[in-house]
Write a protein that binds this ligand. Structure first.
Ligand code: NDP
Length: 244
């Protein structure tokens, strides 16, 4: 095992970046607690990690439900006696132009991408404070730094996650570390749920050059591997061939 074994809870671990992060951190010797709504996927991933000699457990999780997120964090804490890291990764990206007025999708993005992260902080911060420290890894996006057509609301949620992360960092007084990880286009299921036809078509070319999800997992592993006095604040990772 490399370094210290931490207890790491990952939201949205059933696919894409969350699943890749679970695999990578388990291989580094950390103990994983996985959450998402698709428990069949979580069961398969946890079994794969445990069969490979790692440690993983899972629990159904809907990050839009504050009480559910609190139970998720408490379950990880009860299983291992502590919760060192929460990776706030769960996210959705149903892109559309504002004039399409897909207001239910706007609400969904706010509920999952922003409220979900806030629920994670509310659930884990008291546990981390009580045990003397912890680490939040919040997954934003290059959309936390620039806005593009069809992505106004998605980017708004990611700008907000960046703001919340910076605020949490400033308030942490050294015991709680905060890392914002902002990927560019990454292979995952994220774009599969775009309902607006024009936005879906535009994404086909935009997403043609993509990072493997393992590249984002590697960035997260780097932040976790730093000594306690080092807080990696922000990581932006894009495909080398990406312009934006
Ligand atoms: P995926 O669609 O592959 O994964 C999204 C994950 O979020 C799934 O595990 C899904 O699980 C989970 N999720 C969605 N809604 C909920 C919910 N209500 N409660 C709990 N879990 C939920 O996409 P990615 O891996 O790409 O996305 C991960 C993060 O990376 C997101 O925050 C995304 O915004 C961000 N990102 C991705 C980029 C990319 O190009 N792929 C670029 C920049 C940022 P389930 O459906 O089982 O609940």
């Amino acid at each position: 095992m490399k370094g210290t074994s931490k207890v790491v809870a990952v939201t949205g671990a059933s696919s894409g970046i969350g699943a890749a992060t679970a695999r990578r951190l388990a291989a580094d010797g950390h103990r994983l607690f996985l959450g998402a709504r698709r428990t069949d996927r979580l069961a398969g991933l946890a079994a794969e990690i445990n069969a490979a000699g790692g440690t993983a457990a899972f629990r159904r999780l809907d990050v839009t439900d504050a009480a559910d997120v609190a139970d998720f964090a408490s379950a990880a804490h009860e299983l291992h006696g502590r919760l060192d890291v929460l990776v706030n990764n769960a996210g959705v990206m149903p892109l559309s132009p504002l004039e399409a007025l897909r207001t239910r999708e706007w609400d969904r993005m706010i509920d999952v991408n922003l409220r979900g992260v806030l629920h994670g902080i509310a659930a884990a911060l008291p546990l981390m404070r009580a045990q003397g420290g912890g680490h939040f890894v919040n997954i934003a996006s290059v959309g936390a730094y620039e806005v593009s057509p069809t992505a106004a609301v998605y980017c708004a949620t990611k700008y907000a996650v960046r703001a919340v992360s910076e605020g949490l960092r400033q308030e942490s007084a050294g015991d709680v570390r905060v890392t914002l990880v902002s990927p560019g286009v990454t292979e995952s299921e994220l774009a599969d749920h775009i309902g607006d036809p024009a936005a879906r078509e535009a994404m086909r070319s935009y997403r043609a050059v993509a990072l493997p999800a393992s590249a984002v997992a590697d960035a997260i592993a780097y932040a976790l591997a730093q000594p306690p006095e080092v807080d990696v604040n922000e990581i932006v990772v894009r495909p080398a061939a990406s312009v934006r």
